[in-house]
Design a protein around this ligand. Structure first.
Ligand SMILES: *Cc1c(COP(=O)(O)O)cnc(C)c1O
Length: 252
């Protein structure tokens, strides 16, 4: 990319990001929440590292203008993409989360680049992660992914299983149970989507009440439904399309 193209790209991404921030702020105002409680995670699947870099630079510029803004996070779905883009972005040191399913043979690669795994949906994966975390470093943040919609294509434990998995994760010394994640129902029915997010909040609240004080995060809401998620207490919204535009549709 030329310097001119970089400038144009950064400005467009900065404008899209500012728009997402405004949406979050409006939804927070409607819910009586402080917008600084809601982090924006850039869902960067299929987005090249050079474009992610421009978005992170746009975010840094926004924060230079308003130092109270929390920085955006980066979320990757596939370890393969983490491994390719991680080194390219290392100088910017973004906080990067894994938000897609993790195969057990890719745990080491994931741990190299992600400071949080949001997609823990089995005791088996939690145990394997715990075994590989370097004991010299801080515990790995983990979110338990819950399939609130019950759609069979979605990763995540059932709502009924969430508390038991959270207990198991919290008991693993090298993991820190940081909260819960869900992908909302793929539905035009806002009530159904909202019920799912409310359910995740109830699971989180019960977990806090049960004594897991670190389990505060609610990672829920995407480009099309982040307002609903913020209304139900999201602490992190994961946004791809609204910042980077439509992804190329995968060829079947
Ligand atoms: C792609 C993706 C997102 C972002 O979706 P958009 O609709 O593009 O905002 C959020 N979460 C997960 C797990 C994703 O895979």
């Amino acid at each position: 990319m030329t310097a001119d193209e970089d400038r144009t790209g950064r400005a467009a991404l900065g404008a899209a990001l500012a728009d997402v921030r405004r949406r979050v702020a409006t939804a927070c105002a409607a819910a009586g929440r402080d917008p600084h409680e809601v982090r924006i995670l850039l869902a960067t699947k299929t987005v090249p590292a050079a474009t992610v870099r421009l978005a992170l630079e746009a975010d840094a510029a926004a924060r230079a203008a308003d130092p109270t803004l929390p920085s955006v996070l980066v979320g990757e779905n596939r370890v393969q993409e983490l491994v390719v883009k991680g080194p390219d972005l290392a100088d910017l040191a973004p906080t990067t989360h894994l938000i897609g399913p993790l195969q057990t043979n890719k745990v080491n690669a994931a741990l190299r680049w992600a400071s949080c795994v949001q997609s823990v949906a089995s005791v088996d994966l939690a145990t394997r992660l715990a075994a590989r975390v370097d004991p010299a470093r801080a515990p790995l943040d983990v979110l338990v992914q819950v399939n609130v919609s019950g759609e069979p294509t979605k990763n995540g434990v059932s709502p009924a299983e969430a508390a038991a998995l959270a207990d198991r994760v919290a008991a693993l010394g090298s993991l820190r149970l940081a909260g819960f994640m869900t992908v909302g129902a793929n539905s035009p029915d806002t009530v159904r989507i909202r019920d799912g997010y409310a359910l995740l909040r109830e699971i989180r609240d019960a977990t806090l009440t049960a004594g897991h004080a670190t389990a505060r995060e609610l990672s829920m809401g995407m480009s099309r439904d982040l307002e609903v998620a913020v209304a139900e207490g999201a602490t992190m919204v994961r946004v791809g399309t609204a910042v980077f535009g439509a992804r190329p549709t995968p060829v079947a």
